[in-house]
Design a protein around this ligand. Structure first.
Ligand code: AMP
Length: 265
C-alpha cells in the first residue's frame, strides 16, 4: 500500500488537498486524479501542487468501521450553527469552547485571518488553542476506504442522494479523527465557496451532517477538533492523526434524516 497526498496553493494560500491509501497499481491513477482536481477547482487553478507518495508497512495499517451518518435538516445556516452548537454542548464541549471555535472559523482561524491548512485543536473545556502551528494546524492523513467499502458506501449514500466526493472524503477524515484518544468531537465546514454543508462528528453520536453551516459564496471554512487530553499526550494524539494509516473496510448505518427543532437534541 502507498499513501498518496496532495496539497496545492494559490496566491500563497492553501487551495486544496487530498489523502488516499492505495495499492501500488492504483498510485498513478489516483495521483493523476488529484492533480486534475487541483487544476480544475471551483476556487480557481492551483499555482503550486505538491504530491507526496510514501510506501507503507502493511503491518502498521489499522482496519476500522465508519461511523453512522445522519442528516439534521435545518432551515438556514444560522439555524444550522445553532443546531451544531447545541449538539457539541450535549457531547460535553463547553459553551466557551464552542463559541471560540465558531468565531475562529467564521473570522478565518489562521493568524493572518485566512483559512488554516489543517485543523485547530481546541481544549474542550477552556476553548484554548493547542495546535503548535496555528497556520498549519493538524493535517489528518493516511486514511481511506477499502475498495469494497467504497462501493458499499456509494450504494448506501445514493439512497439519500449524498453520494458525492466531498461527503465521502469528509466522512473518512472524521471517522479517523473520532478514533483518536482524547477527541470529544469535531466541527467542520468547507472553505469551498460553493459547498455550504458541514458536520459534527464524535465517538458518541457518529457523523451528524448539516446541509448548511455557512452562506453560499463564503470562502471561509475550517475544522476544530475538541480535545480533552493531558498536555503530555498531545504529541501522541497528533502523531495518530498525522501518521497512523487507517483503512475503513466496513461502513456504518445511514440513519433517516431528522428535522432539527430548537432545543430538541
Ligand atoms: P475542506 O472540507 O477540504 O473544504 O476543508 C475545510 C477546512 O478543513 C480547510 O480549510 C482546513 O482548515 C481543514 N482541513 C482540510 N483538510 C484537512 C485535513 N486533511 N486535516 C485536517 N484539517 C483539514
Amino acid at each position: 500500500m502507498y499513501s498518496v497526498r496532495m496539497r496545492s496553493r494559490r496566491h500563497s494560500q492553501h487551495h486544496s488537498g487530498a489523502e488516499r491509501l492505495v495499492p501500488s497499481d492504483g498510485v498513478e491513477q489516483v495521483a493523476a486524479a488529484m492533480i486534475r482536481r487541483a487544476l480544475h477547482h471551483s476556487r480557481g487553478q492551483a499555482e503550486t501542487i505538491e504530491l507526496v507518495i510514501d510506501e507503507l508497512d502493511s503491518e502498521q495499517i489499522e482496519y476500522a468501521v465508519l461511523p453512522d451518518v445522519q442528516t439534521w435538516q435545518v432551515s438556514d445556516f444560522q439555524q444550522g450553527r445553532r443546531a451544531a452548537a447545541e449538539l457539541l454542548c450535549s457531547l460535553g464541549v463547553s459553551p466557551t469552547a464552542v463559541e471560540t471555535a465558531f468565531a475562529d472559523i467564521i473570522r478565518g482561524a489562521a493568524p493572518n485571518g485566512g483559512n488554516m491548512r489543517g485543523a485547530m485543536l481546541v481544549d474542550a473545556d477552556s476553548g484554548g488553542r493547542l495546535e503548535p502551528d496555528p497556520a498549519r494546524g493538524v493535517r489528518v492523513s493516511r486514511m481511506d476506504l477499502s475498495a469494497e467499502a467504497r462501493r458499499e458506501l456509494s450504494r448506501v449514500l445514493q439512497q439519500q442522494n449524498l453520494d458525492r466526493e466531498p461527503v465521502r472524503e469528509a466522512l473518512v477524515l472524521a471517522a479517523k479523527v473520532r478514533m483518536a484518544s482524547g477527541i470529544v468531537a469535531e466541527l467542520c465546514w468547507s472553505d469551498d465557496p460553493d459547498y455550504t454543508a458541514g458536520y459534527v462528528a464524535s465517538p458518541q453520536r457518529g457523523y451528524v451532517r448539516f446541509p448548511t453551516l455557512k452562506p453560499l459564496g463564503d470562502q471561509r471554512g475550517g475544522r476544530a477538533f475538541f480535545v480533552r487530553v493531558d498536555p503530555r499526550s498531545l504529541s501522541v494524539l497528533m502523531d495518530f492523526l498525522q501518521q497512523r494509516p487507517v483503512l475503513f473496510d466496513r461502513i456504518g448505518h445511514l440513519l433517516p434524516p431528522r428535522v432539527w427543532r430548537e432545543n430538541s437534541s
